[in-house]
Design a protein around this ligand. Structure first.
Ligand SMILES: [Zn+2]
Length: 354
């Protein structure tokens, strides 16, 4: 699974046109990167986690009450997995990964640093908050100000202990509009982005939640041209995305190849080429500057071992970008230079602003 010839033949040529000189450096977990260093970027992955985030509502005790030796063993398993996956990603031309995991769903900066050192991949991390069950218990009570200030503090001063600055704000909302906790988060994120001037990356799986997200962010002063609407292919159509993109920003597709609606909460089973066809439609409408994609692969510790979240598809790691997504896009007539724009130029513009 980790050394497929198909993956290698899908590799992208690495020559990158140089970005505009005005673009700012972006922080990675190992220090600042120039925009040109980002290269081929996977903008929504989850390379590590401190605990089994699917079994924990924040705040709560981690369910893995493990002895130190088992904890160490699972950490070593995760690093060994990344030695293989990282080598494969690099062979295929990947250079950077954005870890879209926020603190309260198990962000693990020291492990991200270790993975980055071992693999040579740039890894960028985020501040922000995940869905309601993984926000602090007093999140609603405390309101917009403290959530905003937390994000601004991490963005400007760095993450406590780790001394690393996040590259973006991550926010995740539920499927319905009008949830109080979600709207507090959206207002806080809009205001934080206005102060810090960074990218926002999101999780919004229904048309209703995506529209509401842009409304509340905009009302709170966010720059929508720096917002990536994550999982927009979930319950999404090209017509919906054309409307969203009139307001600026990006759609970011992540449900590649998943056809079981129960695994991703779609209303109907997506076709295997659903996400590819959405891209084809947006390119046909001249919207190539507004499209990004990633796999949303997640790996995390669980009771002494590690879990790879594969959605019933055996090789659906981050490398699925090269073994599935790129061949599918080529079959739909998307050229290598168009793929480069979506994998290099768009993430760079999203993260660096130019
Ligand atoms: Zn995700």
């Amino acid at each position: 699974m980790l050394s497929s010839a198909a993956g290698m033949t899908a590799a992208l040529a690495l020559q990158s046109p140089s970005p505009g000189a005005a673009a700012a450096a972006v922080p990675s977990v190992l220090g600042p990167l120039s925009p040109a260093e980002l290269g081929v970027t996977l903008p929504h992955e989850h390379p590590a986690a401190l605990y089994d985030w699917r079994r924990v509502s924040y705040p709560g005790p981690a369910p893995d009450e493990l002895k130190e030796e088992y904890r160490n063993e699972q950490h070593q398993s995760l690093l060994a997995f990344w030695d293989l996956l990282g080598a494969e990603l690099k062979r295929n031309g990947a250079q950077s990964i954005l870890d879209a995991r926020s603190e309260h769903s198990g962000r693990d900066v020291p492990t991200l640093q270790e993975i980055s050192r071992r693999t040579g991949l740039n890894i960028l991390c985020v501040t922000g908050y995940y869905v309601g069950s993984q926000r602090p218990a007093d999140f609603v009570e405390r309101g917009v100000g403290p959530a905003r200030d937390y994000m601004v503090r991490e963005l400007k001063e760095g993450i406590a202990d780790a001394g690393v600055r996040p590259a973006a704000i991550k926010i995740a909302v539920g499927g319905r509009a009008g949830d109080k906790s979600d709207d507090i988060l959206l207002a806080a994120a809009g205001q934080a982005q206005k102060q810090a001037g960074c990218a926002i990356t999101t999780h919004a799986t229904t048309p209703e939640s995506r529209r509401n997200m842009l409304d509340v962010l905009e009302k709170n002063g966010a720059d929508l041209s720096r917002v990536a609407i994550g999982h927009a292919d979930s319950n999404g159509t090209a017509e919906e995305h054309v409307e969203l993109l009139k307001r600026g920003g990006y759609v970011l597709y992540t449900i590649w190849g998943i056809t079981n609606p129960k695994l991703i909460g779609t209303r109907t089973p997506p076709a295997p080429d659903h996400s590819g066809r959405l891209i084809r439609s947006l390119l046909d409408r001249g919207l190539i500057r507004n499209v990004m994609f990633s796999i949303d692969f997640s790996i995390y510790p669980h009771q002494g071992g590690i879990v790879l979240r594969l959605y019933d598809i055996p090789d659906r790691t981050s490398n699925y970008i090269f073994t599935f997504v790129m061949p599918q896009l080529r079959k739909l007539g998307v050229s290598d230079s168009e793929i480069r724009q979506m994998m290099v130029d768009n993430p760079r513009r999203h993260l660096c602003g130019a």
